[in-house]
Structure formats: structure tokens, C-alpha cells
Write a protein that binds this ligand. Structure first.
Ligand SMILES: *Cc1c(COP(=O)(O)O)cnc(C)c1O
Length: 490
């Protein structure tokens, strides 16, 4: 399977690249992204075949249908990492919480958020490609709080890769920050920057296309790649769990074969939602994909009005910080799929130059055939957390809670919904403690203990131990000093 480019082709790039090339060098011509030339069809036959498959068997077969240039041994080693999730037999449990509402729990990996779903196997794949090519790679990761820990965890001590991880200082929870700054391995560098997530992501995108930065890296015999969801190597692993979740509903007798369901996705950079979109294109029976946002509701407006408008728009801090994003990178892949490369380049260019683009009415119709959207405020989210906890004894995090609003406003209640839970309660405990007991501004450790008592849940060991670990990374700098700091680390 070859990969093509969302904004057309400039002279410096080949027309198509392989999967491993798209992973190693994820930015395509004119700042675009790589996408598969065509998607495999996994219709009825595939779903029927895997009705009783475990997660790894399903994943292996799906990856094979993409005909990627990765050896079987590497694929198997990558997928074996799902064995370290809470339940090796089912890394992604799907739980019924209301008559027609099912929660697919994507957070049972080592860093307790859904980024592990893709980054765990991705770490193995990228490191083995680098070893085979006998090349060294610097992986840049910009994080709003969950990508960072997951990227550090997957790459630590892996050969031929180093990681520089940028996070907005003050923009993450205590647990997220500790997960990063206590991660002790020679090949990892964690850097706090003064700014918000979009600043970190923009800095990363600039470094990825900077010839000067790349040639400085060459002096260290190192090439550059990225672990953000602009990398298709992550997206491919995010298609699998949508198919798995549908199969779980079939296994639980909740739906009939071919019955359509809603996928309801708490969205930031749109990687999770894009995985659902590809699953739908590959034959999964989906009624609609519902995009849930917080107060940073650019995606809600895009899907409701066709306008992507960043003019006079600033990121606001919310109770669901992993979704505090305005430039949602993976929307571009949907635009390309629906409207082609010429139009995508035009729209993305408008966004860069004018901070604005607008779809035609016809384009908006096409988009709305697949997607619907709504946003949920922090207070509404806390109300849902409390309500669902009291009524159904189910504890959800503030990102997951954003789905409850759009579940009410965007779905036909007679159709089943799979909503995705993207983080464990342990990662955002102060907000959850506030929702459950009203206590204000508790530190993470105190909030964790009060939730643990209130909900009768144990604090997982990997979270508890964070508070006793040594801090190994204390660098906090201005955006402009990032490249200097990274070169120092190399
Ligand atoms: C990353 C993240 C999201 C957003 O996912 P995207 O794929 O970027 O849309 C939502 N919730 C949590 C907890 C996350 O870590």
C-alpha cells in the first residue's frame, strides 16, 4: 500500500511513499500529510470472521490488509504490548451504562489515557524501522498532557531513537506532568515551554520543516520524525479499536449484524475521530460520527456551519485540557478524502493565511452526512460525571463526559451509541473530586484519595508511585529557545 499527499506534490517529494517512509518523515508536500492511496474493504466478511477474535488477532489481520512494509515479527512484537494492559485478553472493555449508551474504555494501558492505544505499538514499529535502516531518529512530541507520557513510555531505552517532548508549562495536570518529568532514560528529554498546547504544536511543526534544524541534526547523524497524530503510524492503530468496539457490541448481543451505531468521540487533534471515519469507510456500519468538544469548540462550529474560524480566537483552559486545541490537524485528512488535494491545499492555506476557511454548502452537506457535533462546558461535564456516578455507579473523566452532551443533542435515542472514554479518572482527579464532592482546588494526591474513598476504587500503583519518584527534567523555556535546547540534548 502506498501513501499519497493531502496538498498535492511539490518537486522535493516523491509522488507516493511507503508506510515506513510516511512514518519516518510524516510531513508531505506544502506542509500536508500522508494518507493511504486507498482503504482496504473490510465489509461483512471481515466482521463475521472476527466476531470471536481477540484484540491482537483482529489487529494483525487489519494491519495485513493495509499491506504495510513492516515485517510480521515486528507487527507481532508491537501488538504484544497490548498484553501489558489491565486485561491481556481484552485491552479495550466496552461497558453498558444506559439503555443505548456503551462506553469503550481506551485507557487501560501504562499511562492511563488512550494515547497508549496507538503509541505503544508505534514505538516498536518506528524503532525497528530505524534499526533496520541503521539510522538514528529524533522524535518530536508536542503534548497537551497525554501524548507526552505515552510517547516517553513507549520509546524509553529503545535503540536508534531519542525523544524530545514539549509540553505547555501549567497546561497539564500534576499526574501528567509527573509522568513526564520523572521518566528517567538517557534517550529522553522533556521540555516545558511558556505557552499553550498550540504553541508547542506550532513550534514542533516549524522544526519539522526547518532545513536549518534538520542540517544541525545531520551533524549529530540524526533525522527527524514526529509522534503526534499527524503521523499515520499512529492513525493506523486507531482504526482497530473502533472495529473491536463494534464487535464487542455484537458479542454482547446489544446489536444485530449490520446494525448501525453512532461513534461519539471526544476530540482534540481529531486522530481518534479520523480512525472512526476510516473504519466507517472500510465498511463498519456507522450511523454517524459525533464529534464532542469542550469550550474550544471550533470543530462544533465547522461541522454545524462549514466555517473554520480562528479569527479573534484564543485557546481557553478547560476541565478537559487534552482537547484544548484550535488547529485540529487531522481534519485535513477528512477534507482530502472528501474534496481532493487541490481544494484541501486551498482550505489549509486560507486557514494559515487568514485564520479562516469556509466550505461551500454542498461540501458542508457532504461533511454532515458523516459527522455531527456539539460541545460541552466544564460545568455541564461535571454535572454528567456526578449524574452518571450517582445513577449508574460509573466514573468517567471530564473528556469522556463531553460525549454525554452531544449524546443528548445529536443522536436518535433508538440507535445505539459507542462513546469513547479517553482517560482514567486518575489523570484528572481534581475536576472529578469537585464534581463528586464539591471540594475545590484539591491537589491531585488529595483528590485521588477522596475519589478512591467516595467511589470505592483503588488508586493504581503506577499513579501512586509517581508522587515519590525523583524529578529528572526541570527545563522550562521560551518557544524561541526550543531548537537550541534540543541540540544541546543531542
Ligand atoms: C488526546 C486526547 C483526546 C483527543 O484525541 P484526538 O485524537 O487528539 O482528537 C481526548 N481525550 C484525552 C484524554 C486525550 O488524551
Amino acid at each position: 500500500m502506498n501513501f499519497i499527499q493531502t496538498r498535492g506534490i511539490d518537486e522535493s517529494k516523491q509522488k507516493t511513499v511507503t508506510f515506513s517512509e510516511a512514518i519516518l518523515s510524516p510531513i508531505a508536500s506544502f506542509g500536508g500529510l500522508y494518507v493511504p492511496e486507498e482503504l482496504p474493504n473490510l465489509g461483512n466478511e471481515f466482521l463475521a470472521k472476527h466476531l470471536h477474535s481477540d484484540y491482537k488477532t483482529l489487529a494483525y489481520d487489519m494491519l495485513k490488509r493495509f499491506e504495510i512494509d513492516i515485517d510480521d515479527a515486528v507487527i507481532n512484537e508491537a501488538l504484544a504490548l497490548y498484553d501489558s494492559f489491565d486485561d491481556a485478553n481484552n485491552p479495550v472493555p466496552v461497558v453498558k451504562i444506559k439503555e443505548n449508551l456503551y462506553i469503550s474504555e481506551l485507557y487501560h494501558g501504562p499511562t492511563r489515557a488512550f494515547k497508549d492505544m496507538a503509541l505503544q505499538p508505534f514505538g516498536v514499529v518506528l524503532s525497528s524501522i530505524a534499526q533496520q535502516k541503521d539510522e538514528n531518529y529524533l522524535i518530536l512530541a508536542a503534548t497537551s498532557g497525554d501524548t507526552g507520557p505515552a510517547a516517553l513510555e513507549t520509546f524509553k531505552n529503545r535503540p536508534n531513537v531519542k525523544v524530545a517532548c514539549l509540553y505547555p508549562d501549567g497546561g497539564t495536570s500534576d499526574v501528567q506532568r509527573l509522568q513526564m518529568v520523572t521518566e528517567d532514560a538517557d534517550n529522553l528529554k522533556v521540555i516545558g515551554i511558556h505557552g499553550v498546547f498550540d504553541d508547542a504544536q506550532n513550534a514542533l511543526k516549524m522544526l519539522l520543516v526547518s532545513e536549518e534544524f534538520k542540517s544541525s541534526l545531520k551533524e549529530h547523524n540524526t533525522s527527524l520524525s514526529a509522534a503526534n497524530s499527524v503521523n499515520f503510524g499512529r492513525i493506523i492503530f486507531q482504526i482497530i479499536y473502533h472495529i473491536h468496539s463494534y464487535l464487542e457490541l455484537l458479542r454482547q448481543g446489544a446489536i444485530e449484524e449490520r446494525e448501525k451505531v453512532y461513534l461519539n468521540v471526544p476530540s482534540g487533534n481529531f486522530g481518534n475521530a479520523l480512525g472512526g471515519y476510516y473504519a466507517w469507510k472500510m465498511g463498519l456500519p456507522v450511523e454517524k460520527i459525533i464529534i464532542s468538544s469542550n469550550e474550544n469548540n471550533v470543530l462544533t462550529k465547522l461541522i454545524q456551519t462549514g466555517k473554520y474560524d480562528l479569527r479573534d480566537c484564543e485557546v481557553v483552559g478547560t476541565t478537559s485540557p487534552a482537547m484544548d486545541i484550535l488547529k485540529s490537524s487531522n481534519v485535513e485528512r477528512v477534507l482530502f478524502d472528501m474534496f481532493g488535494d487541490v481544494r484541501t491545499r486551498e482550505l489549509m492555506n486560507d486557514l494559515e493565511v487568514n485564520q479562516f476557511y469556509e466550505l461551500t454548502l454542498e461540501e458542508l452537506d457532504t461533511l454532515r452526512e458523516v459527522f455531527d457535533a456539539d460541545f460541552c462546558t466544564g460545568d455541564e461535564g461535571k454535572k454528567y460525571i456526578k449524574e452518571i456516578f450517582d445513577a449508574d455507579a460509573y466514573l468517567m473523566d471530564p473528556h469522556t463526559a463531553t460525549c454525554l452532551k452531544s449524546y443528548e443533542t445529536c443522536s436518535d435515542p433508538s440507535i445505539k451509541t459507542i462513546a469513547y472514554s479517553t482517560a482514567e479518572w486518575t489523570k484528572f482527579s481534581p475536576v472529578i473530586a469537585n464534581a463528586l464532592t464539591g471540594e475545590e482546588d484539591a491537589q491531585d494526591m488529595i483528590a485521588l484519595e477522596s475519589i478512591s474513598k467516595e467511589a470505592n476504587l483503588d488508586i493504581p500503583f503506577m499513579i501512586k508511585e509517581l508522587f515519590n519518584k525523583d524529578i529528572v527534567h526541570s527545563t522550562i523555556i521560551d518557544k524561541k529557545d526550543i531548537s537550541k535546547e534540543i541540540l544541546k540534548f543531542l
